[in-house]
Ligand binder design. Structure first.
Ligand SMILES: Nc1ncnc2c1ncn2[C@@H]1O[C@H](COP(=O)(O)OP(=O)(O)OP(=O)(O)O)[C@@H](O)[C@H]1O
Ligand SMILES: [Mg+2]
Length: 340
């Protein structure tokens, strides 16, 4: 049985519509009006034990709202969510013992006490056996380098230190599922790397299932074999990263390394299906972008070889970042991408 089962999950918020100015405020008092916002709209998916899944979408897509329903903080308006056999908002205590959560925007730690004492409190709260606790502290210290600030009060930590401490706290009780909502936001590359290594290690050691939201595509490339993309509360894509690239990335870039002196054509190459063309005389390279559904790389190459000396060439598929940006922008892909 899948560890996470989400079926037609929906969350609608009722937001008060506020009038402007003093008159508006008075009107609001007498006649409060509400608008409906469906933040999560009939989303379904399942996640298997041990998977690391990227839950992606632009700002306001409904990612955090989905995670809050999975965690049990929010009650769905309709649809079902089941995590390791438990309905999170109904069995909050049982659910809490199985999951770890990090909201990157907000710390779960006690502000005034040192990190080490926070961990002791966690040990007590979750009833963590002393041997497991010690083993975890050792592992976490090793991979995340938290020893330097173990005795510092949480409020005195830098963002990167605080995030590492938050991650440790979320994982101390060996949860089988971890939800990470933007765990690398605002961090420098060194800390990001540490966090990614840590997550991969925990996942490999313990088969921990990880659901991760992030706006950093290198997190996705380094960690996730599968991605779910949502936009306006609807699921648009669910599949592996490689398939995302091959199904959706129509754009390719060809780089030609040419003889500096011999380039002598007028640049009118739209008939080849090229959408973007730049010549860099300093490196002797020509960059060509095209939609591979409408252009033939072999014809482009042949056309250039007839006109200049081509020493070498490379073809680069679109980066995952470009692909995802195209999906976010293309509202019609909602229908195109509704695939499991
Ligand atoms: N408590 C709430 N009351 C009313 N509307 C809400 C509430 N929480 C979220 N929303 C709305 O639901 C939509 C989805 O918000 P959500 O926080 O889930 O987005 P997100 O995908 O996490 O975005 P981001 O990448 O910016 O974190 C937004 O339009 C937001 O304004
Ligand atoms: Mg969010």
């Amino acid at each position: 049985m899948s560890i996470i089962q989400v079926d037609q999950l929906t969350k609608t918020f009722h937001r008060p519509i506020r009038g402007t100015g003093a008159l508006g405020a008075i009107r609001d008092l007498i006649n409060r009006r509400y608008e409906e916002k469906t933040a999560v709209d009939r989303i379904s998916f399942t996640i298997e034990r041990g998977e690391i899944v990227g839950y992606l979408g632009p700002n306001g897509a409904g990612k955090s709202t989905s995670i809050k329903m999975l965690v049990g903080i929010l009650v769905p308006t309709s649809g079902e969510v089941r995590v390791d056999g438990v309905i999170p908002y109904k069995n909050r205590k049982e659910n809490a013992s199985k999951i770890g959560v990090v909201f990157g925007q907000r710390s779960q730690l006690w502000w005034d006490i040192p990190v080490s004492e926070t961990f002791e409190l966690m040990k007590y709260m979750y009833n963590i056996p002393t041997a497991d606790f010690k083993r975890n502290i050792e592992l976490f210290t090793d991979v995340l380098g938290i020893q330097d600030f173990m005795h510092v009060a949480v409020r005195q930590l830098s963002l990167g230190q605080r995030m590492r401490a938050d991650l440790c706290a979320a994982l101390l009780h060996n949860p089988s599922i971890v939800y990470l909502d933007e765990p690398t936001i605002g961090l420098d590359v060194v800390v990001k790397k540490k966090i990614r290594e840590f997550l991969l290690e925990v996942n490999a050691l313990r088969q921990t299932t990880i659901l991760l939201t992030t706006h950093d595509m290198s997190d996705v490339e380094k960690l996730c074999s599968r991605v779910i993309i949502i936009n306006n509360g609807r699921k648009m894509f669910d599949g592996d990263l490689e398939r995302l690239k091959s199904d959706y990335s129509a754009d390719e870039t060809m780089i030609l390394h040419v003889d500096h002196d011999e380039i002598g054509f007028d640049g009118n190459i739209s008939h080849l299906g090229v959408t973007d063309f730049t010549y860099h005389p300093e490196s002797g390279s020509i960059l060509l972008r095209y939609d591979k559904r409408h252009a033939k790389p072999a014809s482009i190459l042949a056309w250039f070889m007839e006109r200049t000396v081509v020493h070498d060439f490379e073809i680069k598929p679109a980066e995952v970042e470009d692909v995802i940006r195209d999906i976010y922008q293309d509202s019609t892909s909602c229908e195109l991408g509704e695939v499991q």
